[in-house]
Design a protein around this ligand. Structure first.
Ligand SMILES: Cc1cc2nc3c(=O)[nH]c(=O)nc-3n(C[C@H](O)[C@H](O)[C@H](O)COP(=O)(O)OP(=O)(O)OC[C@H]3O[C@@H](n4cnc5c(N)ncnc54)[C@H](O)[C@@H]3O)c2cc1C
Length: 544
């Protein structure tokens, strides 16, 4: 997958595309893979990098959502569990099984999580990952030696999936390209083009060169997450808002705070929230929060910031379930993401398939033919893509073709990879990375003593994964920014130099890249959130 070649395909194309997908997060990439797999001619335009938005900032769980069962939303859970099973089969290099322990403090919660998780097992059926079961107090303490003991009665253990979100996004982009689709990053949709009131394509701008490309498409899909309303307004300035953004924050801690192999799931904290502490790439990811946010007039930020009270909530609860009492100084990285939640039905009257609102994602066709897809979650990205392409194919008048993605292996998919092994997330490409390391042993040196990456991943990312900036490599091709923000800043100059050689860039480019990376990574260092007043730290306002 090479950006220059894909741009050349874009420039050469004379016929309208069957589908233009705007947005290269989970939803847009899932839609583009779905369309390309059905043999539709597909172009995807991502304004920044693949998964730069919410899709690199999740809790990294491929799950049915045990808590939705408590709300009685069995259909939603069933669909997500089916998708979990498919993803485990289609991307075994990126998704694996993880044990979760629910510590049980209240007598009435025990029965719910016991019976509820049995229902969870049942719904997963033959795609289940293993049965849940009650744990005695002693067993619970064996799994979670550091959990608060006061009032603890025991626990329940269940199985769910875990993945690497940004790596899955890059894998989807490669899968799409492998199927003949054209996914391009740093390509922004500036405007929609219309004829007789119907959307006929878009004006795209290459964010690297400033060059614009008018493209024609039989259907245009708006898959821009929390930015979906901004794109809808390009079509109709009076379009009703569909999305209610809600912020979720995670803190990343050293692994010593959760020494066992199991994750912790706290179904409701004393103020009613769900909390996860999950081992991930040799660290612990702790989250999350659910803070409804106001949409400022100048638009939502690509780099949202944690609110001080979100950090405070996570740290104060971490002390109850983790070894030691992590303080601000123990936070290796803090990251915030914006959920593109669908607004309540009353606010979206007047258009679209309202039945779709009963599920947690929504596909809406505007009178102009613009297809907008929003809501949902990473776990259900494939199903969202399937529903969206069904609608888009109708709008475009494309020949009807059945979905193929339920059993489609994703790029590099290879079973039997140990998630702890280096390069396991590359699947069958791991062999080629090994070859590169043998060919150029100087690339094998670690980028930083605290990071599990070397120059091999950097060169690979530029050559095969369309990494264009130091941030692309450190945040999404590797996960250095999320694992240890400060270490990633130290590694930035070496990464920039390796990239410059690959891209034919000079010293000026290296200096600019390092500077720009420092500015972004500063937001992942906790002090920058708690030392500055909210106005300076770039917070968005919490809704009352
Ligand atoms: C805190 C948190 C935790 C979560 N945890 C989980 C989890 O554990 N498991 C799970 O299944 N789900 C989880 N989710 C949900 C999941 O992450 C999201 O549903 C999903 O990532 C949304 O993807 P998206 O593609 O719709 O949006 P995004 O990833 O935001 O993608 C939209 C893209 O559109 C691009 N864009 C915007 N405007 C334009 C334009 N004009 N032209 C071109 N491109 C444009 C943006 O740059 C962006 O990359 C979590 C979400 C949050 C916030």
């Amino acid at each position: 997958m090479n950006r220059r070649d894909l741009l050349a395909r874009l420039a050469e194309e004379r016929e309208p595309w069957d589908l233009l997908v705007i947005g290269g997060g989970a939803t847009g990439l899932g839609t583009a893979v779905e369309a390309a797999a059905r043999g539709y001619r597909t172009l995807l335009a991502e304004a920044h990098d693949f998964a730069k938005g919410t899709s690199s900032r999740s809790t990294k769980l491929v799950h049915g959502g045990v808590r939705y069962l408590k709300q009685g939303n069995v259909g939603l859970v069933l669909e997500a569990l089916r998708e979990r099973g498919r993803l485990l089969k289609n991307a075994p290099h990126l998704v694996h099984n993880l044990s979760f322990v629910v510590p049980r403090y209240d007598w009435w919660e025990g029965p719910f999580y016991g019976v509820g998780l049995k229902l969870y097992d049942l719904l997963a059926g033959r795609l289940g990952l293993g049965p849940s079961r009650f744990l005695s107090l002693a067993e619970t303490l064996k799994h979670l030696p550091t959990v608060e003991r006061s009032g603890l009665r025991g626990g329940v253990i269940y199985q769910d999936g875990q993945f690497d979100d940004a790596r899955l996004a890059v894998t989807l982009a490669r899968t799409c390209a492998g199927l003949g689709g054209v996914p391009i990053n740093y390509l922004r949709a500036l405007a929609l083009t219309k004829k007789d009131g119907l959307v006929t394509g878009a004006l795209l701008r290459d964010e690297e060169t400033g060059e614009t490309h008018p493209v024609a498409a039989k259907a245009v899909v708006n898959a821009t997450g929390v930015f979906a309303d901004a794109v809808r307004r390009l079509d109709d300035p009076a379009a009703l808002p569909l999305v209610a953004p809600s912020q979720g924050v995670h803190l990343v801690l050293h692994r010593r705070f959760l020494p066992g192999d199991s994750a912790i799931m706290v179904p409701h904290t004393d103020d009613g929230r769900v909390l996860f502490a999950v081992p991930w790439h040799g660290r612990v990811v702790l989250g999350t929060t659910d803070t409804p946010l106001d949409s400022p007039p100048d638009g939502l930020p690509l780099e949202p910031r944690a609110l001080p009270e979100e950090v405070e909530f996570l740290l104060s609860h971490a002390g109850r379930y983790l070894a030691g009492r992590p303080g601000p100084e123990d936070v290796l990285s803090v990251f915030a993401g914006l959920r593109p939640l669908v607004r309540p039905l009353a606010k979206v009257t007047g258009e679209g398939d309202t039945a779709a609102l009963a599920r947690d994602h929504l596909v809406v066709v505007s009178p102009s033919g613009l297809v907008t897809v929003t809501g949902g979650k990473w776990t259900t990205y494939r199903r969202m893509g399937e529903d969206t392409v069904d609608q888009a194919a109708l709008v475009a008048g494309l020949p009807e073709r059945p979905s193929k993605t339920a059993t489609l292996p994703l790029h590099g998919g290879r079973e039997g990879m140990d998630p702890e092994e280096p390069w396991s997330v590359y699947g069958s490409d791991a062999l080629a990375l090994r070859g590169l390391a043998d060919e150029r042993p100087e690339l094998g040196a670690p980028l930083h003593p605290r990071l599990p990456y070397s120059g091999v991943e950097v060169v690979w990312a530029v050559r095969h994964e369309m990494a264009r900036t130091v941030e692309d490599v450190l945040a999404r091709r590797t996960r250095a920014l999320f694992l240890d923000a400060r270490a990633s800043v130290d590694a930035a100059p070496a990464v920039a130099r390796l990239m410059a050689t690959e891209l034919g860039e000079g010293e000026g480019w290296v200096a600019r890249q390092v500077e720009e990376y420092r500015a972004v990574a500063g937001g992942y260092v906790l002090e920058s959130h708690i030392d500055k007043p909210p106005s300076e730290a770039g917070f968005i306002r919490r809704l009352p």
